[in-house]
Design a protein around this ligand. Structure first.
Ligand SMILES: Nc1ncnc2c1ncn2[C@@H]1O[C@H](COP(=O)(O)OP(=O)(O)OP(=O)(O)O)[C@@H](O)[C@H]1O
Ligand SMILES: [Mg+2]
Length: 343
């Protein structure tokens, strides 16, 4: 067995806020092998971006507290010096941020921004770096790249900005690319193109990818493994097939219910999971999904561990329900937690 490229253990991130201590990431662990695509899925506020930013060493501020371990090829990154993180960021591990404007500077031309990034890490001339920038913009599908490298970010469409961000993130040939909701603001056709691009980079260059999304539909075509996150914790992890064909956690059932599907001629009703996740400041004890779960019972007042409960050792879930009863529970009308109540 090859060692994982990235190994995350018991990652905890909390913020001191006016309302109290907010536990944004609570005991997250996963391994990422070289060339693998992992998707982290969960609804808004569950801690996906904080997890990603922490891997990159970008969760800063005096109110943040961390514990656990993030190892890249065996090297501990959590708590590493700024200098170490600067040498790793971009170069070995790179991130496409949720909001393109956080990494594109509105007052500089796109090409120049990529050039600066390259020259900050590599000893190359401006001309060489610009040639590389144009090559990258072309590779991510920006049409007429040599010309468009001279544009400012606001002159790009949303989809092109997203591509420019990916080009920038790839400019130093990182081993790992973290893409945080890279398709959310885009229309369906452009979304598919961006996902195809990530797939191609993974296939052709062995790029290891962490794809963050709230939409399970997005991952079906691209992920090798899926980690389902709920209220700061992982509630289920497994291969794509395990999560899609044998989902174990009632929250995953709900998420799968929320994937829009064409059934026959008609689009299945777009579903949603009723209710809200618990507050991350002083959450109630026990299973975090309990309040929204139609199958909750007495035991759920205690916190279940993330464990393999079936016969597949890599398929882990955090739920007390008897494993043999789950398929039937999922079929019950009350199991259709995905269905929105008629308004
Ligand atoms: N610097 C910070 N200080 C205090 N709280 C923070 C900080 N950054 C994030 N949070 C809180 O941490 C929690 C997790 O946020 P995060 O951005 O990781 O969610 P997310 O899963 O990425 O959601 P979305 O799908 O909306 O992007 C939220 O409650 C958020 O308000
Ligand atoms: Mg986010």
């Amino acid at each position: 067995m090859s060692e994982p490229l990235l190994s995350v253990r018991d990652l905890e991130v909390s913020f001191r806020t006016e309302g109290g201590l907010l536990q944004a990431v609570d005991g997250v662990s996963f391994d990422l092998k070289r060339g693998e695509t992992l998707s982290i899925v969960g609804e808004s506020g569950c801690g996906k971006s904080v997890t990603a930013m922490t891997l990159m060493g970008l969760t800063g501020g005096p109110n943040a507290r961390f514990s656990g371990s993030v190892k890249l090829d065996g090297q501990e990154l959590l708590g590493a010096d700024d200098e170490v993180m600067r040498s790793i960021r971009g170069d070995r591990m790179s991130m496409v941020f949720q909001n393109p404007m956080t990494s594109l500077n509105p007052v500089h031309r796109i090409g120049n921004q990529i050039v600066e990034q390259i020259r900050a890490h590599r000893d190359v001339s401006k001309k060489e770096a610009m040639a590389r920038a144009v090559e990258l913009l072309d590779a991510v599908g920006v049409p007429d790249a040599a010309q468009r490298a001279r544009s400012y970010p606001h002159e790009f469409s949303g989809g092109m900005r997203q591509r420019a961000m990916i080009a920038m993130a790839l400019s130093l040939e990182p081993e790992i690319l973290i893409a945080d909701e890279p398709t959310t603001a885009l229309d369906v056709t452009i979304q598919a193109q961006i996902l195809e691009l990530l797939k191609q980079l993974n296939r052709d260059f062995g790029l290891t990818v962490i794809l963050i999304t709230h939409d399970l539909g997005v991952v079906a075509d691209i992920a090798d493994r899926v980690a389902v996150m709920y209220a700061g914790r992982l509630v289920e992890t497994g291969t794509l097939d395990e999560i899609f064909y044998d989902p174990r956690h009632p929250y995953s059932w709900g998420l799968l219910g929320s994937v829009p599907r064409i059934e026959g001629e008609r689009l299945a009703r777009l579903a949603q999971i009723d209710g809200q996740p618990p507050a991350l400041i002083d959450p109630p004890p026990g299973c975090r999904f309990r309040e929204r779960c139609p199958h909750a019972f007495g035991k759920c007042g205690e916190e279940p561990e993330l464990l393999s409960r079936g016969e597949t050792p890599g398929h882990l879930d955090r739920c007390w329900l008897d494993i043999s009863e789950r398929p039937a529970l999922r079929q019950l009308p009350s199991g259709l937690i995905g269905l929105a109540k008629p308004s």
